[in-house]
Design a protein around this ligand. Structure first.
Ligand code: SF4
Length: 367
């Protein structure tokens, strides 16, 4: 089982790196955890241009001139947790709803008409959207979409195995923060208070046979450099334990949401960029996600430099694709363009927007 190292120790490891450590890391063909710490450190800031070149070269070698695209489909904003930073927190007085299977299917078909082939089903943590609901929805959608992923409450290994057999191939479970003290402050109530259960969730998804597992944290809650080192260590552990699973990492920056939460340690674009380059150089095969939380200008500028997957045309309220004025969103997005507009920019930069990157025929072990 992966155990997060003490957060102070991670911070010290990063802060103590020197420019000699950074130069050694940038020359190394295969990076270890000390090299990752060096690339995340303040000492690496003057090397951002060199890191950009290396990240761009690795991304081109491993992923070609492609950007994968997906759309989140929010099926419910009911939630038993009280995460201080989230618009869906049980504390917030927002309109609540869980889509019926018919309503969720109608939203999915709208996204399909808009050109999406990869859906990410998203919900708050509540019994209404458990394994039975997700399984039934996946069985309705599996033949219409190339890939269906989930970002929902942590489930058991058996729960993930059932969903895999129903056609769900990937799960994303972000730790939110690897800093245990901050984690307890940010999660004052609800089942999510259990840091260790959440931390072990990606391993349960991989153990169940899911093709891809996503991990990550929210940028703005704690020291981003130590968070980056923690996610890298978590990733390296998962890779060793589950060598057949593909992995993605995401570290969304906090956006305005109901409740008016202000991130205690905001992260600027330069820091986000350093983090993306460091992770890309550390793990060349890693899927790196840049969602619509970032604005269009930044997302366009990062095409080809490291990120491999973008969301587009996103709405974060359940039912929001069919009824754009519906209330109850999780957060407001930073890039409001639709799929065609995002694809046009990707093509203008000489890249192919990819709406399908695999085929269900590859899904071994599925019923
Ligand atoms: S972050 Fe997730 S668990 Fe926390 S309140 Fe929001 S939807 Fe619920």
């Amino acid at each position: 089982m992966f155990v997060t190292p003490d957060f102070d120790t991670l911070q010290q490891a990063v802060q103590s790196c020197t420019s000699a450590d950074v130069e050694r890391a940038l020359k190394s063909p295969r990076l270890g955890k000390c090299d990752l710490a060096a690339l995340l450190s303040p000492a690496a800031e003057p090397y951002l241009g060199v890191m950009a070149s290396r990240s761009t070269a690795i991304t081109g070698q491993r992923f070609g001139k492609t950007i994968q695209l997906y759309a989140p489909l929010y099926v419910s904003n009911l939630c038993a947790n009280r995460c201080l930073y989230c618009g869906f927190s049980a504390e917030n007085k927002i309109e609540r709803r869980a889509l019926t299977l018919d309503e969720a299917e109608a939203e999915a078909l709208l996204l399909q008409k808009r050109g999406f082939n990869h859906l990410l089903l998203v919900s708050g943590e509540a019994p209404a959207v458990g394994v039975d609901y997700l399984e039934a929805l996946a069985l309705r959608l599996r033949d219409r979409f190339a890939a269906i992923s989930i970002e929902v409450q942590p489930l058991s290994t058996e729960g993930y195995a059932r969903l895999f057999r129903a056609g769900i191939t990937a799960v994303a479970v972000y730790q939110e923060t690897y800093d245990r003290d901050t984690y307890s402050q940010m999660h004052p109530g609800g089942p999510k208070r259990d840091y260790d259960f959440r931390l072990a969730t990606p391993a349960r998804g991989a153990e169940a046979g899911l093709r891809e597992v996503g991990i990550g944290f929210l940028l703005g809650l704690s020291d981003w450099r130590a968070e980056g080192l923690a996610v890298g260590l978590h990733l390296a552990w998962l890779r060793k334990a589950f060598w057949r699973t593909a992995f993605t990492v995401s570290f969304p920056r906090m956006r305005p949401a109901a409740g008016g939460f202000q991130p205690p340690l905001p992260v600027d674009e330069r820091q986000l960029t350093q983090l993306l380059f460091a992770l890309r150089i550390f793990d060349p095969d890693l899927g790196l996600i840049l969602s619509t939380r970032e604005d269009a200008r930044y997302r366009d500028g990062m095409i080809g430099l490291g990120p491999t997957r973008y969301s587009a045309g996103s709405c974060t309220a359940p039912g929001g694709y069919g009824s754009p004025d519906v209330a109850g969103e999780q957060f407001s997005v930073g890039d409001h363009r639709n799929l065609d507009e995002v694809c046009a920019v990707i093509r203008s930069k000489g890249f192919d927007p990819v709406r399908k990157d695999w085929d269900a025929a590859f899904q071994q072990n599925a019923a």
